[in-house]
Design a protein around this ligand. Structure first.
Ligand SMILES: [Fe+2]
Ligand SMILES: [Fe+2]
Length: 355
C-alpha cells in the first residue's frame, strides 16, 4: 500500500499565518487624534519646512493616503518636482502661489488645490508672512502597488522640463487592444483636463440632515479629476454634533477652527471620547462608529474631511457587497443626534486664521 508524507506546511497554512500576522502588526498603527503639537516641522531640500501628521515618513504608517503640513517663508520659491501620485492642498495661512505644469495659481487661507499625478509643480511666497498648508496624497496607495515614483528637478523651470508621460489616443478596430487604447485615451484626456483650484470666496455651505452645513472643496462633483481622494468641509454649530456613523478608514478630519471631541468605538455605545482643537487631525483609520461634537457653546467648528472614495472605497463596496460599508443609525436616531441645522444662526463665512 502506498504511503504519503505530508509536511503540514501548505499554501493554506502559510497564507493563514501571514494574514493573521499582518493585521496583528498593523493594529499597532491605529490612531485617534494627531495633535498639531505632535507634528515636527523639518527643513527640506525643497526650500520649505515639512512635517507629517500621518504617513510612513513620520513613523505613523498609513495604507491609502498621507497627511503632511508645509511652511514657506516670505521670498522663498520651492524646487520643482512631480510624482506618480496626486495630492490635495488645503491652505491654512498666508498668501502664495503654485505653478502646476506652467499654470500659476494664486491662493490664500482656506483655498484648496489639486496637484495631478505627473504634473510638475512648485510653490512660492511673495508676501510678508509665512504660508502654511496641508497636503493629502495618494502615495501610500500607489506604494502598495509598487507604482510610487518621484522625480525631483531641483531649480529647473517647468517650461524646460518634459511634459507628462505621452499616451496613445486612438487605434482603429473592434479588438480588445484597440478598445483598450481608445478607452484609456479618453480617460487620460479627461484626467488631464480636471479643475485645479477652489477659492474660499466661492464656497457655499448647505445644511445637511446630519446636523452640519457642508460644501465640497475638491471632488468630482465640482469638476476635479483625482485619484479618488475627495475633500469637503463641514461646520458644526455650537454645542451640536454630526450624527454617528461608520465606514472604513482612512478618513481624516483636519480641524480648521474650533474645538470639541469625537466618539470612537467598535459599538455605538461604550467607546471613548477624544478631545481635539484647531490644527489637529481626527483620524478614523478603521471601521469604527464615530461622532464629532462641537463642545464650544459660542462658536462653530469647521473641519475639512478627506477620504479616498471614488477609487478605493467604491471598489471595496463592490467587492464586499452585500456587506454594508457605510452605516448610519435609523433616521429617527440620526435626526435626534444631529438636531435641526436650519434652526442654527450660522455666522458669516470668513477665511481661516492661523495660529
Ligand atoms: Fe509634490
Ligand atoms: Fe465619518
Amino acid at each position: 500500500m502506498a504511503t504519503r508524507t505530508t509536511t503540514g506546511v501548505t499554501h493554506y497554512h502559510v497564507q493563514k499565518q501571514r494574514r493573521a500576522k499582518f493585521i496583528e502588526e498593523w493594529r499597532k498603527n491605529h490612531r485617534t487624534i494627531v495633535g498639531v503639537d505632535d507634528v515636527v516641522l523639518h527643513k527640506t531640500a525643497r526650500g520649505m519646512r515639512s512635517g507629517v501628521y500621518v504617513g510612513t515618513d513620520g513613523d505613523r504608517p498609513t495604507r491609502t493616503m498621507d497627511a503632511q503640513v508645509h511652511e514657506i517663508d516670505p521670498g522663498v520659491v520651492t524646487t520643482t518636482h512631480r510624482h506618480s501620485w496626486d495630492a490635495m492642498v488645503f491652505v491654512v495661512a498666508g498668501w502664495g502661489w503654485t505653478e502646476i505644469d506652467g499654470r500659476r495659481i494664486e491662493w490664500g487661507p482656506g483655498d484648496s488645490l489639486h496637484l495631478p499625478a505627473w504634473a510638475w509643480h512648485r510653490s512660492g511666497n511673495d508676501g510678508t508672512r509665512t504660508t502654511r498648508y496641508l497636503t493629502f496624497s495618494s502615495e501610500p496607495m500607489l506604494d502598495t502597488m509598487g507604482m510610487a515614483i518621484v522625480e525631483d528637478a531641483g531649480e529647473a523651470g517647468i517650461a524646460e522640463l518634459a511634459q507628462r508621460p505621452p499616451y496613445t489616443q486612438h487605434l482603429d478596430g473592434d479588438d480588445p487592444y484597440a478598445r483598450r487604447i481608445r478607452r484609456l485615451g479618453r480617460e487620460q484626456q479627461a484626467r488631464r483636463g480636471g479643475r485645479l483650484h477652489t477659492s474660499w470666496d466661492e464656497l457655499e455651505l448647505r445644511n445637511t440632515p446630519r446636523g452640519t452645513r457642508t460644501t465640497f472643496l475638491l471632488d468630482r462633483a465640482i469638476g476635479y479629476q483625482a485619484s479618488g481622494i475627495t475633500m469637503a468641509m463641514f461646520e458644526i454649530a455650537p454645542g451640536r454634533g454630526q450624527s454617528m456613523h461608520r465606514h472604513p478608514g482612512e478618513a481624516w478630519l483636519y480641524v480648521v477652527e474650533g474645538s470639541g471631541h469625537s466618539y470612537l468605538g467598535t459599538e455605538p455605545e461604550g467607546g471613548q471620547m477624544h478631545p481635539w482643537k484647531k490644527g489637529d487631525i481626527i483620524v478614523v483609520d478603521h471601521f469604527l462608529w464615530h461622532q464629532h461634537l462641537n463642545t464650544d457653546p459660542d462658536h462653530t467648528a469647521k473641519v475639512v474631511r478627506i477620504h479616498m472614495f471614488d477609487s478605493l472605497l467604491e471598489t471595496m463596496r463592490a467587492l464586499c457587497d452585500p456587506l454594508v460599508l457605510f452605516e448610519e443609525p435609523p433616521e429617527h436616531i440620526r435626526d435626534a443626534q444631529a438636531g435641526d441645522p436650519s434652526t442654527v444662526d450660522w455666522p458669516e463665512l470668513t477665511r481661516p486664521t492661523w495660529p
